[in-house]
Write a protein that binds this ligand. Sequence first.
Ligand code: SAH
Ligand code: SF4
Ligand code: F3S
Length: 476
Amino acid sequence: MEKSPTGLGQSNLDYSSITLENFPERKVWIKTFGCQMNYHDSDRMAAHLKMLNFSQTEEVEDADLVLFNTCAVRDLANNKFYSQLGELKHLKKKKGKDLIIGVGGCVAQTEGKDLVKKYKHLNFAFGPDTIDAINDMVFRTYAGDDKFSINTWDRSSDFSIETKVNHGTPQAFVNIIKGCDKYCTYCIVPYTRGRERSRRKDEIITDVKRLVEYQGIQEVMLLGQNVNSFGKENGENLSELIMGLDEINGLEILRYTTSHPYDVSDELIAVHGSAKKLSKHLHLPVQSGSDTVLQRMNREYTKEHYLGLLEKLRKSQPEIVVSSDIICGFVNETDEEHQETIDLLDRAQFDFIYSYVYSERSKTRAAKMEDFLTKEVRKSRLHEVQAHQLKIQQKLRQEMVGKTYRVLIEGSNSMKGEVKLKGRTNCNRIIHFKPMMNDHLIERNLKWHWVDVKCTSATALSCQGELLEIYGRRLH
Ligand code: SAH
Ligand code: SF4
Ligand code: F3S
């Protein structure tokens, strides 16, 4: 029996008829749903597939390989995926064996086997911990062995994934911890991403140094479902990692996401005041302002504890802006409990929030709770939360007017025939501004430059500015 190149996709087939050398040029179309982790995983897939001669295409009709990277966290993303997968039946009929379809990510982890059985046009499914074997799976499919589902966990405690970057931008995601042990009662993630496993601090520092030195990376986003748990099993922690990365010459901005309030230590709060490169934005999901709801969610903190964290953070770093996630209409949420969330919004003064109606996920503990709330109540609470937050945001953004921000230009938009550049501030706000050049090459000339922009007007959702100073592609 021949083993496949990475050993993961073992089968009875003779792989020797297909060699990596004779893989012709092909195109892959990747559709990503869900969180930054998934976007990062898709980048990794594309980087691996490059070695099998695949380049990415924006047109699904041109693709030889279609990959979905799925999200299971709420119904909406889930449904979009199922309808897009269904639509591909026609393309598969037209292309036959010239089209391979694979489904990866969080839906594939739990539903992979059923998906492959149910959808005749689907070749294979693979969970989020098998990304690095993507070439093997594609290889195996071309060898004629398809209709498989792989959802094994990578259980090594010292997992090592060198960050792969092939998108030509100075921003990179760097994975520092996988999985989640928190088991919030509403959340499917621990079931799709498995137990927490951290990379080693020194290895991450070496990885980021390499990215900065050889790949022109200036801004790094440290990724994990709960980055605050980083290093627990190795006697390391996030504060030490940040301070180590802060020393890297040429690295301009360091961000991390996502955090759990329970694990925000005093040491980490102090690091927000002392680390030079650390972004002045923190995403700290609260989910609800009601202690009883937080308890039913198994969040392990109270409203006052959360607000106390914000106070300490703002003392340590007066310029910090905080954003959050809110779930509206959790199981049996009462009107009083909902009003506690409105009150929290007033007191927390979030820069922005992501808000969702509660979506029941099978396998979770919340799915087993008896639930009397209706869809309508959930939706109307979501609208109330969103409208309330917009008023707060409007006021906060007004305070930006007249101030000067250093931004990294990420691209441009054409608004009513006028080209405007788009830059991101250190605290993660987007400012649009005129380029001061009447030139079609504006974006090519200025993209990824650092500039100073004075904010001239701001609403809750958008901010306009005026270009003051252009620096080079690197600040130092
Ligand atoms: N690890 C991160 C976020 C994971 S999911 C954290 O703990 O903050 C991203 C967001 O989706 C969550 O913060 C939560 O607000 C929302 N979410 C998760 N499960 C949900 C569900 N069942 N229904 C509605 N929103 C949910
Ligand atoms: Fe889900 Fe909670 Fe883990 Fe976040 S911390 S991924 S919400 S279980
Ligand atoms: Fe979704 Fe999986 Fe991320 S469920 S939010 S893609 S970890």
